[in-house]
Design a protein around this ligand. Structure first.
Ligand code: TXA
Ligand code: MG
Length: 354
């Protein structure tokens, strides 16, 4: 057990990207000290909070898996703060397509899969011969990685299976006692994780949609490249509640509802008898006769601003759990731009889509 400390970094330093001053903060000093002792530390990135440790040290990375309760077959992302940290992690040359993506999107929420070097221990990559690398753009993440001068393996800093943390408080709720330090940098701007891509010649396979959208990648590479999201997730209704492999999920059952079905779903016996939270877009909410709705209703933002919905998503799911709802219904959002990442997370978290 640890006595989990929370150390705040001043918001002004973050807004003004004063990386050198952030490096001199007490929070970063403590974080560096702990990481050099092979401990894990939670820190903010522009996507979600990460749980970081020395990516090159098996003993340190093992503590990440332990604190999160993460299955050991799920590989981690190595976070770097400079191009100079890339060569030691990877084997072979960097393909031209990858160079283009790095130039445009790093630092930022794009994770790229490379062949791994011998320096990266098997535990970091879950035994794969590839390694996922990203350079976050959050000034606190950059300050920490620069100062400790090591690549940091960092999954999202939630307990395995739960919604990712977008504030220090979320990390504390999940990992209090399990880690020594949370560096508090306020709310994460993007709110969903990085996009994970694998590149083969002129094909970019999106393994996980995220902060850098398919549309953004296509715009950089042009029409001669094929950019596709692979492994599209489907909602699988579990045969028994315990059977579902939980991911991003609140404890309360979550259903995704298509806009046209909302009225019908609310009238079903199955929903009508339950204490239900209805998470709706601004547009749908305005078109609904609320007097006829037997549920608590919350506005998730306009479908014209999918970035806002993404930023709020995990916080909404966590908040919904704090009240004693028996069912959460959330409206489907357009599966484009960052909405693709939102739908990907919702489909993994939901037990039903209607
Ligand atoms: O935005 C993010 O990426 C956050 C912040 C903290 O940087 N991190 C994050 O890590 O989301 P995590 O561990 O929750 O998700 C890592 C994803 C998983 O889907 C994992 O399967 C995939 O990256 N991944 C990691 N290494 C891989 C590899 N070698 N090949 C394929 N997928 C890999
Ligand atoms: Mg995660």
């Amino acid at each position: 057990m640890y006595n989990t400390e929370i150390e705040k970094i001043t918001q002004n330093l973050i807004k003004e990207e004063k990386i050198d001053e952030i490096k001199n903060s007490l929070a970063i000093k403590k974080a560096v000290e702990l990481i050099l002792q092979d401990e894990v530390v939670a820190f903010p990135t522009e996507t979600v909070y990460g749980l970081g440790a020395n990516a090159l040290k098996a003993k340190a990375v093992n503590k990440i898996f332990k604190a999160k309760g993460r299955p050991s077959d799920n590989p981690l992302i190595a976070h770097i703060a400079s191009d100079k940290q890339l060569p030691e992690l990877i084997a072979g040359d960097i393909p031209e397509t990858v160079k283009k993506l790095i130039k445009r999107f790093w630092p930022g929420p794009l994770t790229i899969i490379f062949n791994k070097s011998k320096l990266v221990p098997d535990i970091t990559t879950a035994g794969l011969n590839t390694v996922a690398v990203r350079m976050p753009s959050h000034p606190v993440a950059l300050a920490l990685i620069q100062k400790v001068n090591l690549p940091l393996a960092a999954p999202s800093a939630n307990s395995s299976g739960f919604p990712s943390p977008t504030k220090a408080e979320h990390v504390y709720n999940d990992l209090n006692g399990k880690i020594p330090l949370i560096v508090d940098g306020g709310i994460c701007n993007i709110g969903v994780e990085s996009t994970v891509v694998e590149i083969k010649d002129k094909a970019v396979n999106i393994l996980r949609p995220g902060g850098i959208t398919k549309e953004m990648i296509k715009a950089v590479l042009g029409v001669n490249y094929q950019v596709e999201t692979v492994n599209q997730v489907e909602v699988k209704t579990p045969k028994s509640p315990g059977m579902k492999y939980k991911h991003y999920a609140p404890n309360t059952p979550l259903w995704i509802v298509k806009k046209d079905n909302i009225n019908r779903v609310l009238k079903q016996k199955e929903t009508n008898n339950k204490k239900t939270l209805l998470l709706l877009s601004h547009e749908t909410l305005n078109s609904l006769d609320l007097d006829t709705v037997n549920a608590s209703v919350k506005d998730i933002g306009s479908i014209k601003d999918l970035g806002y919905i993404a930023k709020q998503l995990f916080n909404l799911l966590r908040e919904a759990d704090q009240n004693d709802f028996e069912l959460i219904l959330i409206e489907e959002v357009p599966n484009k731009e960052i909405g693709e990442a939102v739908m990907n997370r919702l489909k993994k978290a939901a037990v039903k889509i209607i």
